[in-house]
Structures are given as C-alpha cells and as structure tokens.
Write a protein that binds this ligand. Structure first.
Ligand SMILES: [Zn+2]
Length: 158
C-alpha cells in the first residue's frame, strides 16, 4: 500500500520548532516509506500576545508581545537542496505556512518572490483582541467560546 504524502511538516527553520531537524525528518520519512514530504515552515508577520509562549521564546517577547523572526529563506532552500541530494527516493516539496497572510500583503509578496515554494498554506492563528492580536487559547479565558469560534470563522474567508 502506498502511503500518502505528509504535506505539512515543520523543521528547525520554523521559528517555533527550533528542535526540528529537516535531515532527520527525511531519514524518518524514508524509513517509514513516505513518498512525499512538504516542509511548510511557519512565517508570522503579525505580532501577538505571547501568553505562556514567553517561557519557550523569551528572546522573542517584548512587553508581552511575541515578534516572530523572519524565515531564513536562503538557509532553508540550501537545506532543501542538501536533503533532495541525500534522499533522492523521497520527493521533497518546499512550502510555507503564513499566519494571517491577508493582513500582510506586501511582506507576503516579497517572501513569495524570494524563492520557489510548492505549497503555501494560509493560516489564521490570531484574532484582534482589544489593542493586540491573540491566538484562540489566549482568547478563551476572556471570551465565551461561541464568540471566539464565531470571530474565527467570520475571519477565515478574508
Ligand atoms: Zn503548521
């Protein structure tokens, strides 16, 4: 039986997955018999309330707001090239997972022109909450769940 592709994988190039390992992921994919992996690294242009993430990423947080660093596009694409050479039996797709792309059209356009990305995921990770943006886990303690879900689903088409 042919296994499906894993089309949504993060590596050490995702700002929040610094313990990831693209090479080791490829080795594991080959061992499992996966035909395809897509490395869809996190890119988040929206500063958002850090909440408990401050303990994992204190260097990214100022006044309670987390500012994700930019993707190292050149380093990422170099690593992709090395893995494609090392694991020719594995189809390796490039990719991005961009948080709130609709709020950052100029930054997204610049990023997309910086390389070839086979799979680009647009994600909605944050919603406005007062003067700041926050992820749902940061909203649920302060808002009724139905209100959070309604706001999230209302923003998705944008
Ligand atoms: Zn993801």
């Amino acid at each position: 039986m042919q296994l499906p592709a894993d089309g949504h994988v993060h590596t050490e190039f995702s700002w929040d997955a610094d313990h990831g390992a693209m090479d080791a992921t490829c080795a594991r994919a080959v061992a499992l018999g996966l035909p395809v992996v897509a490395f869809t690294e996190h890119v988040d242009f929206t500063p958002f309330r850090a909440g408990f993430l401050v303990s994992n990423f204190p260097h990214l947080v100022t006044d309670g707001i987390l500012h994700a660093p930019p993707l190292d596009v050149a380093g990422y694409l170099d690593s992709i090239d090395r893995c494609r050479f090392a694991y020719p039996e594995l189809q390796i797709l490039t990719g991005l997972e961009i948080g709130q792309p609709h709020l950052h059209p100029a930054e997204v356009a610049a990023l997309l022109s910086a390389g070839t990305f086979d799979r680009v995921i647009g994600s909605l990770h944050c919603l406005p909450d007062g003067e700041t943006m926050a992820e749902p886990w940061e909203l649920f303690p302060h808002h009724p769940p139905a209100e959070v879900f309604r706001a999230y689903l209302a923003e998705l088409p944008a």
